[in-house]
Write a protein that binds this ligand. Structure first.
Ligand code: NAD
Ligand code: DAU
Length: 350
């Protein structure tokens, strides 16, 4: 029996990771720690919330006292850390929230692990889930590898770079068993509709303008979220201590091309005439400091741990659209704010 603390499990990627671990490892006890910020939605985990090997604890990782209390009692064998402020645009308007959660929150977890795992560092594992944005921006060519120098540009990526450095520092200084993965843009179900793909799906559905920053020339490398969760599973179980893995789908799209493809799929699914949804595309002021291009070289993960992405982007995007059109209640609860009362209703807390 392993007891694993997964932080940020009520969010987009975290909920896929929690679901995967709860379903695939019935002999593991999975504890989902989440503050339930605007991005945390326990309804994401409706299908597994009654499983005997799953539990939830509402904690803010910036609260060192609460984290220490949890570790004192918890006897965890591992931590998979995903909790973070994750939206670049929000980091531009409120950088401090990103420093607090992504840097201080991560250090609070590392300190608790350092205190309560003493003598067991070689038996327990701290896994930090990070982003390719720490590497900065690429020009027209090249790819990020595990040895690319860090060069973050946004307050979000600066905070994630800082937390990566702290994790490595605790490995080098105190001998903690740590692994880090840096992943490209994820897409799929349960994605909060402030990010490009779910925002565009929601707006197209409601005949609202689809905002494309600048000229839509920026390139992102998209990965099916369940492939990310599978990569985390493989790395968690097989990576050597201190290692870093890049995770990506070899799937680069210019934003404007992606949005045109999405409009085409939406036309088909909504029974609209071809070209109807594309009329909603609206070019807006560019994001400040907008990184031009991200592209991940995941050769190490593919060759060492035999991980390969499972889904072609066109197929994944169509599945994603179908999920949003089928799960109207999830989407309307998120856009209305009703989802925030799920915890009170389900867990009988005030
Ligand atoms: P998300 O915003 O959907 O979810 C973040 C979760 O963390 C939410 O449930 C939120 O309530 C929780 N959280 C935030 N602040 C907290 C705090 N102070 N204490 C406890 N919980 C808190 O994010 P996501 O897109 O699922 O990303 C998850 C992780 O993966 C992040 O660390 C992010 O940097 C990383 N990542 C994301 C992507 C992507 O494309 N979304 C790609 C690479 C890496
Ligand atoms: O690369 C990994 C990162 O991907 C993660 O670390 C972040 O947590 C995640 O949010 C994501 O960051 P991006 O900034 O790339 O994702 P976002 O969906 O916000 O934007 C994708 C691209 O689309 C980016 O070039 C900005 C652009 N965009 C975004 C929005 C929200 C638009 O053109 N219009 C929009 O309305």
């Amino acid at each position: 029996m392993k007891k694993i603390l997964i932080t940020g499990g009520a969010g987009f990627i975290g909920s896929h990771v929690v679901r995967r671990f709860v379903n695939n490892y019935p002999d593991y006890q999975i504890v989902n720690l989440d503050k339930l910020t605007y991005a945390g939605n326990l309804a994401n985990l409706k299908d597994i919330e009654d499983k005997p090997n799953y539990s939830f604890v509402k904690i803010d990782i910036t609260d060192a006292t609460a984290i220490n209390e949890l570790f004192k009692e918890g006897d965890f064998d591992a931590v998979i850390h995903l909790a973070a402020e994750s939206h670049v645009d929000r980091s531009i308007t409120d950088p401090t929230a990103f420093v607090m959660t992504n840097v201080i929150g991560t250090v609070n977890l590392l300190n608790a692990v350092r205190e309560y795992w003493k003598g067991d560092y070689d038996k327990k594992r701290f896994y930090h889930v990070s982003t390719d944005e720490v590497y900065g921006a690429l020009g027209e060519t090249g790819m990020f590898t595990e040895t690319t120098a860090y060069d973050p540009h946004s307050p979000y990526s600066a905070s994630k770079a800082s937390s990566d450095h702290f994790v490595r520092a605790y490995h080098d200084t105190y001998g903690l068993d740590c692994v880090i993965s840096n992943c490209s843009n994820n897409y799929g179900s349960h994605h909060f509709p402030e990010k490009l793909i779910p925002l565009a799906i929601n707006n197209i559905k409601n005949n609202k303008p689809v905002p494309v920053y600048g000229k839509g020339e920026n390139v992102r490398d998209w990965l099916w979220v369940e492939d990310h969760a599978r990569a985390i599973d493989v790395i968690f179980h097989q990576a050597k201590t201190g290692e870093t893995y890049n995770i990506g789908g070899h799937n680069e799209w210019k934003n404007i091309d992606l949005i045109h493809l999405l409009c085409k799929i939406m036309d088909q699914k909504l029974g609209r005439e071809e070209g109807e949804s594309a009329k909603l595309i609206t070019f807006v002021t560019d994001r400040a400091g907008h990184d031009l291009r991200y592209a991940i070289d995941s050769t190490k993960l593919q060759e060492k741990l035999n991980w390969v992405p499972s889904l072609q982007f066109e197929e994944g995007l169509e599945k994603t659209v179908e999920w949003y059109l089928t799960n109207e209640e999830w989407l309307s609860n998120v856009t209305s704010g009703n989802y925030q009362s799920y915890y009170e209703k389900q867990y009988n807390h005030k």
